[in-house]
Design a binder for this molecule. Structure first.
Ligand SMILES: Nc1ncnc2c1ncn2[C@@H]1O[C@H](COP(=O)(O)OP(=O)(O)OP(=O)(O)O)[C@@H](O)[C@H]1O
Length: 277
């Protein structure tokens, strides 16, 4: 099997009525088994990339391949693709459609034509796995935002996707729920799912990702390990993205020679901290 799960080859996508493409000449390959992050300024095309990746949008030019085969846009192929490429939207309100938690989680399984017994079993397992048992029969509108986000992730993971796409999953989460999400994603990745996350949280990217894609105006401008990408500090500053504070402070240690005084180091660290305010 190819080492690439999903491949974009010179893809263009322009929204109806718009003149500028949201995705332009995009060539990008998602490596199997990795924790990938896609970063870039607001409006650089991250969400559009995801909507193309699971076939909700069709490129006007270029090709997208899933496991080496070009995407097919007939109904049956798209149902299969969306089971394998799970997308968690940034805003849970766009994703949650049923009235209760367990109904919502079972919705996607019903589309796969599974028996009621299998569906009930899979829903039960995922409710337990995501700590949602006490909320199973709760109306969706009564949940907190953090709980809704967890239900969205459970509703996608119940389909056992090969690739999980997460659009800004840490947005609006408090530190506790951000840590819980990190633990959940570690388990999901450990069980064999490749993950691609869009985020503005560079500290998270630095600690979490194996591979980073940097987009600008719908194009891939940089990719590599977090270390490789953030070492291109000039490019990251030109793109107005900057680099993670942790990276910058740790890089400082590499530059310090033995004779540099501690006081000088402290001054430099304070200077960097102020730049990150
Ligand atoms: N429905 C739409 N109709 C027209 N233009 C759109 C639509 N959705 C997005 N766009 C435009 O497409 C471009 C890419 O938007 P997209 O939402 O993919 O960016 P993004 O990187 O996800 O942004 P953010 O970080 O703010 O979530 C932007 O210029 C945006 O204005």
């Amino acid at each position: 099997m190819s080492q690439w799960l999903l491949e974009f080859e010179d893809v263009y996508y322009t929204y109806p009525g718009m003149t500028q493409p949201a995705i332009a000449s995009l060539t990008l390959r998602i490596p199997q088994g990795k924790r990938c992050a896609v970063i870039g300024q607001n409006g650089c095309g991250k969400t559009t990339l995801f909507l193309l990746a699971n076939g909700l949008y069709k490129p006007q030019q270029g090709k997208i391949y899933w496991q080496g085969k070009p995407l097919n846009y007939n109904r049956q192929s798209l149902i299969q693709l969306r089971q394998q490429v799970g997308l968690v939207f940034q805003n849970p309100e766009q994703q949650l459609i049923a009235s209760t938690v367990e109904e919502d989680i079972s919705y996607g399984l019903c589309n796969l034509g599974l028996s009621e017994i299998v569906i009930a079993e899979r829903v039960k397992q995922i409710l337990t796995q995501f700590g949602l048992n006490s909320l199973a029969t709760r109306p969706i509108h009564q949940l907190s935002l953090g709980q809704k986000k967890r239900v969205c992730l459970a509703g996608v993971m119940v389909l056992q996707p090969t690739l999980l796409l997460l659009d800004e999953p840490t947005a609006y989460l408090d530190p506790l729920h951000t840590r819980q999400l990190a633990q959940t994603l570690t388990k999901i990745h450990g069980a064999g799912t490749t993950i691609l996350m869009a985020t503005h949280d560079l500290e998270w990217v630095y600690r979490w990702a194996d591979w980073v894609f940097v987009l600008e105006q719908g194009k891939l401008v940089l990719e590599g390990t977090p270390q490789d990408v953030f070492t291109q500090q000039d490019i990251m500053e030109t793109l107005q993205l900057g680099v993670p504070l942790a990276f910058e402070l740790l890089s400082l240690l590499d530059k310090v020679d033995r004779v540099t005084m501690i006081e000088q180091l402290k001054t430099k660290i304070l200077h960097i901290l102020f730049q990150h305010l």
